[in-house]
Structures are given as structure tokens and as C-alpha cells.
Design a protein around this ligand. Structure first.
Ligand SMILES: Cc1cc2nc3c(=O)[nH]c(=O)nc-3n(C[C@H](O)[C@H](O)[C@H](O)COP(=O)(O)O)c2cc1C
Length: 370
């Protein structure tokens, strides 16, 4: 899920308020968000006796989300983006998470051991995210338990808990006797560990990329493979260049690409244009007199959810144009110039995935030669 993308429309909604509050120090809003989180934790802690506090917990969570978004928007407007600002942005947020989950963990609504496990899982999620920075690669943000997901899970289950408490019964779902808040904590544990694994995977890919770039000849497959791409706004080009780096060959735009037949492997890349390859790619493929031995395909897409679902059709379009079965496929998000979705993508993590894809292809060619 790309729930973090909700941040961008929410920022737009808050723009007029940010304009009026520009005189405010964004750090003050970050600290106010910790206050909102402490109050949320208290509401959860006392909610077993007073169910209405759960509704307050949801409202305070919304307030915290708003303050956290506003501080960023104001900082950007004031040109206040700094390393100090990053500390004030990150550390109080960790305190806030701890205060909220501690409130749930210590309340009668949750078994203590489960609350503790959720707390640890959440800390490990943040820790592995930042570990990348310490290792000299990027800050890892992906995984199913990002901040937005955490807050949404808390709000949804708090509302279910409110309804259940008012009804006077304990929920037993899937044969497990547990309160909704215990289900929420269970999700924190499970999704948290999936997130840890995905963030570690992202870091390892970036580390592999760094090491491979130092060790491998950048033109080791120059005569054997080529990456041919079409790109209007640069996303597909960035991915193509990274695949070419991993593969050890050149990346060429369709407008400059010559005959493809002389290569053992041609990697074709296009933006996803309404489920199809771009016009330029289609023209290039139609004009190619002969086919290479192997083809691999990749695409970038700009629409959340729909882009991911329709990318396979775009990839199939390229493979079918040459009547070939691709030996590998890759797709990745890229900023949509018109709708401004997927800002900052492809990012470092995407490029590391693209590099791994290229590296995998180079191993494939190596195996083919033996
Ligand atoms: C005319 C047009 C149609 C598009 N259609 C889709 C689409 O159907 N699904 C999608 O996910 N992205 C769509 N996009 C977004 C692009 O696929 C995406 O932003 C891509 O990364 C752009 O690559 P480029 O920077 O290499 O040109 C479309 C973009 C344009 C300009």
C-alpha cells in the first residue's frame, strides 16, 4: 500500500492554513504534536472505564497528523529545511509513537506482553529505517507499517473498540478472544516485522550496488547487451541507466538506438501510457528488422494502484510486439508530471532495485555463455 502518498493531497489541503501560520516556528508544532500524542496515550490508558475517550483518541490522532503535516509545510514555506529540523522532525515523532502505544499497552484493553511486543516492533521499524543512514545508504521508508499506516490502524481499531465497549462484549474474531486494540497491537507486531525485513532488504540492495560498482567493469557486457528506453520526463531514463549500470552495458534512447539484432540481450523500457508502451517505443520495435536472442522489459508508471495493476499489460505490449517471451520483467513508480503522484520517485531504493535487476540479467547472460 502507498498510504504515505496521502500526505501530498493532505499537504495541499493544509496549504492555506500554513500560509496564515507562517509566522509560527515549525518546531513548536512538532512539540505540540508530542502533547497531542501524550493525550492520546492517556485516552487509551483510561478508555476501558470511559469508552468516549476512544473517540477523543481518534480526534487527537487526527490532530497529531495535522500538526506533523503542518510543521513540514511551514518549514518548506519558510525555507527552514535543515539537519537540525530533521532531528526535531524525527525524534519527537518517535516519542509520540511510544507514548501512544504505551497508553494502549498499559491499559486493561490490551495484554501487557502483546503491547510490549508491539512497542518493540515499532521501535525496530524506526531503527531499521534509520540504520540505512548510519551505513551510508538512504533512509528506508518502505514497508506496510509506515507512520500513516500505524495511525490509521490505531484510529480504525479504536473506533471498533469504542463500538464493542459500548456493546459490552469482547470481540472474538477468527476464533481468537481478543479486544480490537489487541488486534491492532498484533498487526503492529506482524506488519512491523514485515516492514523491518523489507527495509533491511532495501538496505542490502543499496549496499550490494555500492560494492558492485566498485568491483565490476562498467562495460563488461557492452557488446552483448544494450538497454533501449523511451522517456519523456526522465523517470524511465533514470531506471534504464541504473539497469545498464548493473548489467554493464550502454543505455540508449529509442531515438538513437540502432539495430537490436546483433545483441544477445536487449532490455526495453518505456513509461506506462494507458496500459501500453509509449509511441516512441512502439515505433522503434515496429522498425526493427530482426530480433535479438533474448529480450527483457521494464516500465515506469505514475498512477498509484492503477499504475501497478496496469504495468504488466504495458510490459506484455513490448514483448508481444516482437513475439518474444521476456526473460525478465521490472516495473517501478515514477513521478506523474500531470498529477504529481509519486513525488521523488524513482528514489534511491527504486534505483537500487533497478541495479539489482541489471545485475541479475548480467548473471543470466553469464550462465547462458557457459
Ligand atoms: C499521456 C500519459 C499517459 C499516462 N498513462 C498512465 C497510466 O495509464 N498509468 C500510469 O500508471 N501512469 C501513466 N502515466 C504516467 C507515466 O507512466 C509515468 O509518470 C512515467 O514514469 C513517466 O516516465 P518518463 O518520465 O520516463 O516519461 C501517463 C503519462 C502520460 C504523459
Amino acid at each position: 500500500m502507498d498510504l504515505y502518498l496521502l500526505k501530498f493531497p493532505y499537504r495541499k489541503i493544509l496549504e492555506p492554513i500554513a500560509r496564515r501560520l507562517e509566522w509560527l516556528d515549525p518546531d513548536a508544532l512538532s512539540y505540540a504534536a508530542v502533547g497531542a500524542a501524550a493525550a492520546t496515550g492517556w485516552c487509551f490508558y483510561r478508555a476501558a472505564d470511559r469508552p468516549a475517550l476512544l473517540v477523543w483518541a481518534v480526534l487527537l490522532t487526527l490532530l497529531r497528523m495535522t500538526l506533523n503535516t503542518l510543521d513540514g509545510v511551514i518549514a518548506i514555506r519558510r525555507g527552514n529545511l535543515s539537519l537540525r529540523g530533521e532531528i526535531v522532525n524525527a525524534l519527537p515523532d518517535r516519542y509520540s509513537d511510544l507514548l501512544v502505544v504505551a497508553g494502549v499497552a498499559l491499559s486493561p484493553l490490551c495484554r501487557g506482553w502483546l503491547g510490549l511486543a508491539a512497542l518493540c516492533s515499532m521501535v525496530l521499524v524506526s531503527y531499521t529505517g534509520m540504520l540505512g543512514r548510519a551505513l551510508g545508504v538512504s533512509w528506508q521508508h518502505h514497508g506496510p507499517l509506515g507512520k500513516v499506516e500505524r495511525l490509521i490502524i490505531l484510529m480504525v481499531f479504536a473506533l471498533i473498540q469504542f463500538v464493542t465497549l459500548r456493546g459490552g462484549s469482547r470481540a472474538a474474531w477468527f476464533g481468537i478472544e481478543a479486544t480490537p486494540m489487541e488486534w491492532a497491537m498484533g498487526l503492529f507486531v506482524l506488519l512491523g516485522q514485515v516492514t523491518v525485513a523489507r527495509r533491511l532488504g532495501g538496505q542490502l540492495r543499496e549496499i550490494d550496488r555500492k560494492e558492485a560498482l566498485e568491483r565490476l567493469d562498467p562495460a563488461r557486457n557492452a557488446g552483448e547487451a544494450i538497454v533501449v528506453y523511451d522517456s519523456a520526463t526522465g523517470n524511465t531514463r533514470a531506471v534504464a541507466e541504473e539497469i545498464a549500470r548493473g548489467l554493464g552495458c550502454a543505455a540508449t534512447p529509442v531515438s538513437e538506438a540502432g539495430a537490436a539484432a546483433g545483441y544477445g540481450l536487449v532490455v526495453l523500457g518505456s513509461p506506462n501510457i494507458r496500459k501500453s508502451p509509449s509511441e516512441g517505443m512502439r515505433r522503434f520495435q515496429a522498425g526493427a528488422a530482426a530480433r535479438p536472442k533474448r529480450v527483457a522489459v521494464f516500465a515506469t508508471f505514475g498512477m498509484p494502484v492503477w499504475g501497478q495493476l496496469s504495468a504488466p499489460a504495458c510490459l506484455r505490449g513490448m514483448a508481444r510486439a516482437w513475439g518474444m517471451k521476456p526473460c525478465a520483467r521490472f516495473s517501478c513508480p515514477g513521478l506523474h508530471r500531470k498529477y504529481k503522484t509519486y513525488r521523488g520517485r524513482p528514489n534511491e531504493a527504486d534505483l537500487a532495485r533497478a541495479f539489482s535487476f541489471g545485475l541479475g540479467l548480467s548473471r543470466l547472460i553469464g550462465r547462458g555463455k557457459q
